[in-house]
Ligand binder design. Structure first.
Ligand code: GAP
Length: 437
């Protein structure tokens, strides 16, 4: 499959099947924003739930918080984002389109209209918001450019309200906003996106051990969520390319159809943020070891996971085409854990009440167990299978005459192979549970 073609097919499938729509579409769209439909929202939530389970609930030493997405200007002054969170930008003198200089092959000619390009300028990515009725600096806040600052500014609150001992992590999932110069490539570069991230607080002399621990866990996550490991590559980021707060960064890059680019990041942020917030706010951000009476500002390892890029990498890993019963088929090999619909139940024929009744009975029973179950009696059975294949439903169950007349159970069709097995009604639940793990 051609790379550009694959991207187009995925964007089209997302639109057609209700995963992702352009933001504010009926008014011509708002660049860099996307809305999630019924299946997209469910898939997005399943990914977040899986991440939370893996990195928060299952880890003894990582704890979740939720902080506000609007944050004081003082936070971003202290964190260095007001000065350092910027991309170099060039504007075309003719069509006035703007480009990131680092992404231009020819820095003299506009790629859209061949016009002359202007002077390079530095463009801050933070999105300011004027609060209240008074305009001016005193009421300017910022939509958070990274969610990490929520963990840092609350560090003292958490210490004061828990008995946590270093090392420990603070995690959150939530929105970040960046005034990207040139949003592009579907969910890859947008202006509003979710991040899944944690700050892991350590003693300075232990940072390398924990960097290694989380590097390995990031690979396990990549596999768990269903991203093709062969398409992911580590990149040791050179000092000149690292964020202002980082002493070491490893990027996890993914082979997108538009090139090998960042998926996730793992950074050693030193004690940069807590030290800056201590100095600027006057709140002492140091940690006291009650046993040794040692007092110090903790250092930080930060694994960060863009949620939209996860979803895109999952879709690119799962998207498949084959031929089945003489027809071309598109399907998503999603891991059952994240599939938006777990099982679909069909009566073979819509106009046979006994089949419909039995299928509904089975549907109700399965819903109690899996919740995300779909009942479908619309169109012929082949079309119903195709619809579920395209949204990545792992199993389809059909109730036919043998179910009713001979009590011979139902057929269960596997999404990836198309093979059907006849399973007795008594065994159905345990059979499906095993498949869903
Ligand atoms: N707290 C660290 C931090 O925010 P970052 O590399 O600036 O680091 C984290 O961003 C992750 O957010 C990236 O690894 C990427 O997955 C995602 N990301 C960054 N900018 C994005 C954008 N404009 N659109 C979508 N995802 C983005």
């Amino acid at each position: 499959m051609e790379k550009e073609n694959k991207m187009e097919k995925i964007v089209s499938l997302c639109k057609r099947r209700g995963f992702v729509f352009p933001g504010s579409e009926i008014y011509g769209g708002l660049s860099g924003t996307w809305d999630y439909g019924i299946y997209g929202a469910q898939l997005a939530h399943n990914i977040k739930d899986l991440w939370w389970e893996y990195f928060v609930k299952k880890q003894e030493d990582v704890f979740g918080i939720t902080s506000a997405t609007l944050m004081s200007e003082a936070v971003w002054k202290a964190s260095g984002h007001l000065d350092g969170f910027a991309d170099p930008m060039i504007e075309c003198k003719k069509c006035h389109h703007r480009f990131r200089t680092d992404q231009l092959e020819n820095k003299n000619k506009c790629p859209d209209c061949n016009g002359e390009l202007g002077e390079e300028k530095v463009f801050n990515l933070l999105l300011p918001v004027n609060l209240g009725s008074v305009e001016g600096n005193s009421s300017t806040a910022y939509l958070r450019g990274e969610i990490a600052q929520g963990m840092f500014v609350n560090f003292k609150n958490i210490l004061n309200t828990s008995n946590l001992k270093i090392p420990f992590g603070l995690a959150q999932i939530g929105k970040a906003y960046r005034n990207e110069i040139a949003p592009r490539d579907f969910l890859f570069r947008v202006r509003e996106f979710d991040l899944m991230e944690f700050e892991y607080f350590v003693r300075e002399n232990e940072w390398e051990n924990y960097f290694e621990r989380w590097r390995k866990e990031m690979w396990s996550w990549i596999d768990k969520v269903g991203i093709d490991k062969n398409m992911v590559h580590e990149l040791e980021v050179f000092a000149e390319d690292r964020a202002h707060y980082s002493k070491r960064t490893v990027d996890f890059e993914f082979d997108y159809p538009f090139g090998r680019k960042e998926l996730y990041g793992l950074a050693y942020r030193t004690d940069y943020d807590l030290r800056k917030h201590s100095a600027e706010s006057g709140t002492d951000m140091s940690y006291l070891d009650e046993e040794t009476k040692e007092k110090f500002i903790p250092h930080v390892i930060e694994p960060t996971f863009g949620h939209g890029r996860t979803l895109l990498a999952v879709l690119l890993s799962a998207y498949s085409e084959d031929e089945m019963n003489g027809e071309k088929r598109e399907f998503l090999r999603l891991k059952p854990e994240i599939a938006p619909v777990k099982v679909a139940v069909f009566p073979l024929l819509k106009n046979k009440p006994e089949l419909v009744k039995k299928a509904q009975e089975i549907y109700e029973k399965l819903r109690k167990e899996f919740y995300m179950v779909k009942f479908d009696d619309n169109g012929n059975i082949g079309k119903r299978y195709r619809r579920q294949d395209e949204i990545g439903t792992p199993c389809c169950i059909t109730v036919d005459f043998e179910t009713i007349e001979k009590g011979e159970g139902v057929t269960v069709r596997d999404r990836d192979t198309g093979k059907q097995e006849r399973i007795s009604e008594d065994d159905l639940l345990s059979y499906l549970k095993e498949k869903m793990i």
